[in-house]
Write a protein that binds this ligand. Structure first.
Ligand code: MG
Length: 252
């Protein structure tokens, strides 16, 4: 997929792949690219969400988050203020919606949400949970998000080493997610202007078993769609213990 507004606008290629994995019965991840069909779009939004709550509820949480974030974000276009503020409001609105739906059921549900907005060739990121965003530039992989997990908190406090945090039995326990509390703090980050050759990768934690070196290799060696499929396959070859979703945005 490619779009070109005019000579000054970046050409962006896109790929995405989501898979149930080898162990889970259902895929509770969700992802999307918006607007999907407008090749002249001024703004694009890329989202991954990893739902929890079991079966239908996890899926409901992640798809609700993706839908409400994109709808709220674009509804504020032209008057909604700076991009980061619009993103923050969109994630907070999605949090309120998932929280309300969770309150109507007996089973708790929640979801992560990592959203990358591309506006006027610049990148903006909103993030909650343990899905991740990376930038690949000049053959270097740079994490753009911080996991909101117990293990990551302990690593930052130097209670756990990097290796201990990576293999900690409670590494998947979230300290922040949509749908849990009516008030939500959203991590916001401006990613600067996209350069030719830049790749941005969004993924759920099903990809966590794949070493970062292999992420880099896959992204460097394949066009976005093939790279996403190769990485999902690698996650499955490593046991596929979780749903896995990979989304890549590439600047030509
Ligand atoms: Mg997961």
């Amino acid at each position: 997929m490619t779009w070109r507004k005019n000579k000054t606008k970046p050409v962006v290629h896109f790929g995405a792949c989501s898979d149930v994995g080898r162990v889970r019965a259902e895929n509770e991840d969700a992802c999307g690219r918006f607007p999907r069909e407008d090749p002249g779009a001024e703004e694009q939004l890329f989202i991954v969400a990893d739902g929890m709550g079991g079966h239908e509820r996890g899926r409901e949480a992640s798809t609700t988050a993706v839908e409400v974030v994109q709808r709220t974000y674009f509804a504020q276009a032209g008057g909604g203020g700076p991009v980061l503020r619009r993103l923050e409001r969109a994630v907070q609105r999605a949090n309120a919606q998932v929280h309300e739906q969770a309150a109507n059921g007996r089973v708790k549900m929640g979801t992560t949400c990592t959203a990358l907005a591309l506006a006027e060739g610049r990148l903006f990121l909103a993030h909650v949970g343990d899905s991740r965003a990376y930038r690949i530039r000049n053959a270097h992989l740079e994490p753009l998000t911080q996991d909101h997990t117990l293990a990551e908190d302990l690593r930052r406090e130097h209670v756990l080493t990097d290796d201990e945090a990576r293999t900690h039995p409670r590494r998947h326990v979230l300290t922040r997610a949509l749908g849990i509390d009516p008030i939500l703090q959203v991590d916001l980050r401006e990613g600067g202007a996209g350069r030719a050759g830049d790749r941005f990768l969004l993924c759920t934690d099903g990809l966590a078993e794949v070493p970062e070196g292999e992420l880099l290799n896959a992204v460097k060696s394949h066009p976005p769609q093939q790279a996403c499929e190769a990485l999902v396959q690698q996650a499955n070859e490593r046991g596929g213990r979780d749903n896995v979703t990979v989304l890549i945005v590439a600047f030509a």
